[in-house]
Design a binder for this molecule. Structure first.
Ligand code: ADP
Ligand code: MG
Length: 378
């Protein structure tokens, strides 16, 4: 059975009767453009074939009632009187309701059954999928206009201000704005995006190292500070505004660490734009090479990789049909992403899993994925 059917069954078992609609919003993987978002630069994510689904019945009134099939748990809250409780899955939905109410949108109540197959906490953004699915449910039930960019901001506000996680805007933008078969070149400063078709004959494969980032908030904040410092040296607010030529001309004057951090961000923006261009031309070889270069830059200059990610990338890279591979996400654990020629993906998956297990003793997860549509009513 499909997850869409499962969520309808869960609805039926929980509330009796049928839902009026089912909504879906996807998780994502970033193909290239890492640690560029907070520097006002470019990212190139795509929505994956794993998503959050909510089966919804319009109720009117003030109550939202929910059941989570994945947590075997139910919750409800009053739209006109709710507060933050424990940090758990329902807080994401309340956070979305809160952000929508702040926009003055009149919200109506609903009953919902939810299930998702975005792995949680793997860096594929199950949280953005949940936020955008909730926003979609509210927009259908309350019948307000769906503005994809504004709804992405709603999701981010829910996560930043209600749940209390300091995330950027990329995850919500791609979960909201994605077009099937395309990646999305996003300018993180203007929030302008362009749909970029994925070339034919290529597969995007996600490789979860089964390592998770530990206490890395301090490392993350340190990177941000180093980037700000470098931008200030060049008289700019954001590294986005420092051209490679400007950087090269004065790089020697920077302390080594600041120089390395800035070099990653400045060259990564160039690679990300070049990757989008390569995709438009159907040039998988170039796209793969740029992904390889991105990994090396993240490993050596930005220093946010770890042994597991480096091992996974090296194993992936040595397989037939693999055009490129890199760590994806903030780093220090989580997933890598590989570009693989169609037809090679099954053998690739089998060998990479076996070799990674043998070398690391860890059990990896591999997802051969497809670029799917952003938040929608099915
Ligand atoms: P990720 O990298 O997957 O976004 P986060 O820690 O940001 O990890 O978000 C995970 C949280 O999102 C979970 O702890 C849960 O509260 C919520 N969530 C994700 N998937 C589901 C789901 N299928 N059902 C209910 N809540 C979910
Ligand atoms: Mg998240």
């Amino acid at each position: 059975m499909s997850i869409e059917q499962d969520v309808v069954s869960l609805f039926h078992e929980t509330y009796g009767g049928e839902p009026d609609i089912v909504v879906r919003a996807p998780g994502r993987v970033n193909l290239i453009g890492e640690h560029t978002d907070y520097n006002g630069g470019f990212v190139l994510p795509m929505a994956i074939n794993r998503a959050m689904y909510i089966a919804v019945r319009y109720m009117g009134g003030e109550m939202v009632e929910l059941v989570s099939g994945d947590f075997h748990h139910s919750a409800k809250f009053n739209l006109n009187d709710f507060e933050y409780q424990n940090p758990h899955w329902c807080e994401y939905i309340k956070g979305v309701a809160h952000a929508l109410k702040q926009r003055g949108l009149p919200l109506k109540g609903w009953e919902g059954a939810m299930m998702g197959n975005v792995p949680r906490g793997s860096g594929l953004s199950s949280s953005a999928a949940l936020e955008l699915a909730a926003a979609k449910a509210f927009s259908e039930v309350s019948d307000f206009n769906w503005d994809p960019v504004d709804m992405a901001v709603v999701g981010q506000e829910a996560e930043n201000n209600w749940v209390g996680v300091n995330c950027g805007i990329m995850d919500q933008m791609i979960s909201s704005c994605a077009q099937a078969g395309h990646a999305y070149l996003l300018d993180c400063r203007s929030l302008e995006g362009q749909q970029v078709p994925l070339p034919e004959g290529l597969k995007i494969v996600i490789l979860d190292t089964a390592t998770r980032r530990g206490l890395v908030d301090s490392a993350y904040n340190e990177r941000r500070e180093q980037c700000e410092e470098a931008a200030a040296f060049f008289g700019c607010e954001l590294l986005r505004d420092v051209s490679p030529e400007q950087f090269e001309a004065r790089a020697e004057e920077l302390p080594e660490l600041t120089r390395k951090r800035a070099r990653h961000v400045i060259t990564e923006d160039v690679r990300t734009l070049a990757a989008a261009e390569a995709m438009r031309k159907g040039d998988g070889e170039t796209l793969g090479r740029l992904m390889d270069e991105s990994h090396i830059s993240l490993r050596d200059d930005f220093e946010v990789s770890n042994d597991a990610l480096n091992r996974m990338v090296a194993i992936a890279r040595s397989q037939p049909g693999c055009l490129g591979a890199r760590m994806t996400g903030a780093g220090f654990g989580g997933c890598a992403v590989a570009l693989v020629k169609e037809g090679f993906e099954d053998a690739f998956t089998e060998t990479v899993v076996a070799r990674y297990k043998e070398e690391s003793g860890l059990e990896p997860a591999v997802y051969v994925t497809e670029a799917t549509q952003g938040a929608m009513r099915l």
